[in-house]
Design a protein. Structure first.
Length: 265
């Protein structure tokens, strides 16, 4: 049973490699790399190389798991997914607008609990496989119920599935699609944990302004100190990300560029 998760790890690592290389080669929309996983953490001219370096590491680990039983590949995979979990937690805290980049541009949606949970699950799978006595290739010929359970769990934790369905349906980037009606987006905001946590701070439940930028719709409110409270709702997905920012009344009269100070789903 220890080896049951090896094929899953190999497939996920290979998919991550192919998607990252494809994203860098295509170039995507302007600034797209600056919103993806490891590229967020490096200067602009290093964003493409950073994704390629990550892809190369994933490919080496996948090949090692597939063809070898050497523990360096097992421990390397565990370290990779453990570090990835930490990075996603930091991204969610410090750059809630950034995507995980796990599967290239298709992982451009803001990092949520599902993405973090998936990476943590993969780290657990890697730990389970540390002392597996066979290679990933041999394990693939011995499917088990535990392998099937792992696949189902990963599918449930993958927001990219919804993004791919949307791309097949609309065949256009999120920012070019016609988003849901403003009333629908406002209703989704009021269902979010961020709204429930902060609605008592607001002077009115109705926004005094609303606008759209790329894949986000923004709603502006005022709190009892007359500061501007701006909620941002992501326009893609059934349970969209919601971010909140507060602009102090002491700042200039117009709203500055959106800077998130807290986030929740």
């Amino acid at each position: 049973m220890l080896e049951s998760q090896l094929p899953i790890l190999v497939v996920l690592l290979v998919l991550g490699t192919v998607a990252k290389v494809s994203t860098v080669r295509s170039g995507g929309e302007p600034g797209a790399l600056a919103r993806l996983g490891p590229a967020v953490l490096v200067p602009g001219h290093m964003q493409g190389p950073a994704l390629l370096f990550c892809a190369a590491g994933e490919l080496v680990l996948a090949a090692g798991l597939l063809l070898s039983t050497h523990t360096i590949f097992r421990w390397g995979t565990l370290a990779f997914f453990t570090m990835s979990t930490y990075v996603l937690l930091e991204l969610r805290r410090r750059r809630p607008d950034a995507g995980c980049g796990c599967f290239g541009e298709v992982s451009s949606a803001p990092v949520g609990l599902r993405s973090i949970g998936r990476t943590a699950l993969l780290a657990g799978m890697a730990a389970l496989s540390l002392w597996a006595p066979v290679t990933g290739w041999e394990a693939a010929t011995r499917p088990s119920w535990l392998m099937a359970a792992g696949v189902i769990a990963l599918l449930a934790l993958s927001p990219e599935i919804e993004e791919m369905i949307d791309r097949v349906r609309y065949r256009a980037p999120c920012e070019q699609r016609r988003g849901p009606a403003e009333s629908v987006t406002l209703a989704r905001l009021r269902e979010s944990g961020s709204w429930r946590a902060h609605r008592d701070e607001l002077t009115s439940a109705e926004p005094y302004d609303s606008w759209r930028e790329l894949c986000w719709r923004f709603f502006a409110f005022r709190n009892h100190e007359q500061d501007d409270v701006v909620f941002a709702v992501y326009l893609s997905g059934r349970r969209p990300a919601v971010r909140r920012a507060v602009v102090s009344v002491e700042d200039s009269g117009s709203l500055p560029e959106y800077t998130p100070v807290s986030a929740s789903r």
